[in-house]
Design a protein around this ligand. Sequence first.
Ligand code: ARG
Length: 459
Amino acid sequence: MATDKLWGGRFTAEASDWVQAFGASIQFDQAMAAEDLEGSLAHVAMLGQTGILTTEETAQITAGLHKLQTKLAQGELDFTIANEDIHLNLEKILTDEIGPVAGKLHTARSRNDQVATDLHLYLKKRLGMIIAELKDFQAVLLKLAQENVETIMPGYTHLQHAQPLSYAHYLMAYFNMLQRDVERFEFNYQHTDISPLGAAALAGTTFPIDREFSAQKLGLTEVYHNSLDAVSDRDFSLEFLSNASILMMHLSRLCEEIILWSSYEFNYLQLSDAYATGSSIMPQKKNPDMAELVRGKTGRVYGNLMGLLTVMKSLPLAYNKDMQEDKEGVFDTVKTILPAIKVLKEMLATATINKEKMAQATQRDFSNATELADYLANKGMPFRQAHEIVGELVLSGLQTDTMLQEIPLEKYQEISPLIEADVYQALESKVAVERRNSLGGTGFAQIKAEIIRAQELLK
Ligand code: ARG
């Protein structure tokens, strides 16, 4: 006696409930229910178009699938572990809805091309959302940059004061990082925009199907040209996870700076109350939790990438059940990065920056030391010698708490007659920033040109 599974013909005994639960994916792949129905609608349209099914059968199945779409939207579909995955669950529900004609839907199709199609559709949709969200974030960075071309802050290397910067220049660095993220996701989109439907189990089919027709119905631009590759490829998911990992790495660096800068010691930035939380014991606390969480969630996204890389490693062609493990990490990554981008965008847009504190931090420090060395080099002194002289001035300045701009002109002229009264202007941090107009530098004119270039990119 066959079992009552949809594939039960050659089976005489059923697995126990816990084994079925272990093998099932319905617990998580129901996230692709809408895409599974879309895939089925395109497939049945193709079966009708090619005459593999009659007009009547095609109409019955199509109507049934539409009914399932409505029920899904209203939350009226009940899935069960006994039916293993989203594909068999929906097929069973369709059978209950329209009777045995539902069984014709699976003609010239396998769950192997079906699941791959669902994943392509699922990810393509989300990639569009992610790209849009990233562009929104870029627009916020660009707006803040426009408002802060002349906002001076210390620039760091090794987290030590290095040279002063424009805050706009700092923001535009993140704009450019996100631009590369957008471009990576756009490339990823192209690799996702391909239809595996019609590859069947692994070898294609003897039915006279029209794969281009179903791809077009699905809005997928291309078809896979090798049926084995079509059902075995998860590169598009891996690209997504690796792009998401790089994105999260970028966001975590920004978060780290937000966290540091909102500390008492820095006090460059104050988060809006809407993006901070208090402590249950210390009444004075305002914690940058959301930034910490985005930084922390980077870990799970990296984990999802490592997970899928490891699942796919050494898998023989074509489908293996291991590949059922491909989905949760992708779903989790989508659920993680969309709100992460959004929360950081809002956090930055609503934060107040403490311009005085930022500027002050460039006043009583030696971040203008390069300026003095450049000043001397400009007047003909070899840069190495200038570096040496300024280094000694910094050393004695540190001992006597005297900044370079506080050294009297007479003292400077003893050191070198090349130094004249205009040195004090050169030592002002704002002047130092304003003048750095080499291509890609922090000079005001450069930043303004960069902002125009960025506006073009966002169009
Ligand atoms: N639930 C399966 C998965 O997610 C669908 C494909 C099953 N195919 C098969 N031949 N068992 O991968």
